[in-house]
Ligand binder design. Structure first.
Ligand SMILES: Nc1ncnc2c1ncn2[C@@H]1O[C@H](COP(=O)(O)OP(=O)(O)O)[C@@H](O)[C@H]1O
Ligand SMILES: [Mg+2]
Length: 323
């Protein structure tokens, strides 16, 4: 068992056939890489579904190992928020030793949907002017945040959320490779919980598995501990909260929330959504509550105060409990 290298890197897919669940995108990409003139690409989809891995596989398909340093530029959104950076670094890279024995250059732009509109305009002009030897691969979660003139210059591939079975299969594979000793009677539950924690993000699933190993949680596997280290409520706390809500005890329910170390409101929202059907709430109100939960999730993502938002949610839940 090795913990030195992050397992997400160690088990990063190296070939197209290592990529699971993305058959539509992969089959089409396989055709593209056979032609010499590939278009610019956009990979769009949720986190941890294989976008970066696929972009690297493509770049490495066209580049020799010794060219990787010079002919591959990987940028993150935080590098690209500044327009002067985009102008300088990108232009330099694009123009350096161009058309040297006709080899290609790749620019992989991660989180492209977080690049400000103005900078996207600058980027678009660079893409337009750049020679045919430079290929851009843009990665994003939300394609609607990329400006149309860029989209229209790229072939778009959609990456879908991984199925539960695919995620669990991959986790089992890694567990075998690493010789992990998971108590057999708890194995299935453990993988189920890892899937829940991951929310469909394989990177998160693999990281949580590695963290559980690093913290020595596997031998006497206490699944609650795994929940806690991932910023979720453990089963006991969730049960107490459930009781407090059913008893319409707002003060108690808020106390429970406040007592949690490392409270993660967005994880909490996912857990509360799971128990929603078990509460005595009229179906029509459940729908309204789900809409409301979506709204506060958004507000929190935009920086609203977590405790205020979650308190408001608890109050609304309690208000909707039928007695
Ligand atoms: N479709 C997939 N097939 C195989 N492994 C995957 C897949 N998606 C994600 N992974 C695993 O998760 C990690 C993160 O994948 P990555 O390609 O960086 O996802 P993304 O760029 O979509 O967030 C990889 O190292 C790999 O181990
Ligand atoms: Mg990525």
């Amino acid at each position: 068992m090795s913990l030195e290298i992050p397992w997400v890197e160690k088990y990063r897919p190296r070939t197209f056939s290592d990529i699971v669940s993305q058959s539509i995108a992969i089959n089409n990409l396989k055709k593209f890489v056979k032609s010499t003139n590939i278009p610019h690409l956009i990979f769009t989809g949720p986190a941890g579904t294989g976008k970066t891995s696929t972009a690297l596989i493509i770049a490495k398909h066209f580049l020799k190992d010794e060219e990787l340093d010079t002919n591959l530029l990987e940028l993150n959104a935080s590098d690209t928020v500044r327009i002067d950076f985009v102008r300088n670094i990108l232009k330099n890279f694009v123009n350096q030793n161009l058309v040297k024995n006709g080899s290609l250059k790749f620019v992989i732009l991660d989180e492209a949907d977080n690049i400000p509109g103005q900078v996207q305009q600058a980027l678009r002009r660079i893409i337009e002017k750049t020679s045919n030897n430079v290929k851009f691969i843009l990665l994003c979660n939300y394609i609607n945040r990329i400006i149309d003139p860029i989209i229209s210059r790229c072939a778009v591939f959609r990456f879908v959320s991984l199925l539960k079975e695919s995620i669990i299969e991959r986790l089992k594979y890694i567990s075998e490779e690493e010789n992990l000793k998971i108590p057999s009677e708890k194995k299935e539950e453990f993988f189920d919980q890892l899937y829940f924690i991951s929310g469909g993000d394989l990177r998160k699933a693999i990281n949580t598995l590695q963290m559980a190993v690093a913290l020595d949680l596997l031998e006497n596997l206490d699944i609650n501990e795994v929940f806690k280290i991932s910023g979720f409520l453990d089963v006991e706390t969730l049960k107490n909260l459930n009781e407090a809500i059913k008893n319409k005890d707002f003060i108690k329910s808020r106390e429970i929330i406040q007592s949690i170390e490392a409270f993660d409101s967005r994880n909490f929202i996912r857990q509360i959504s799971e128990i929603l059907p078990s509460l005595n709430i009229a179906p029509v109100n459940i729908i309204n509550l789900k809409t409301y939960i979506g709204d506060i999730d958004y507000r929190i993502s935009q920086g609203a105060d977590e405790l205020i938002q979650i308190s408001a949610l608890l109050a609304l839940l309690i208000e909707n409990i039928e007695s």
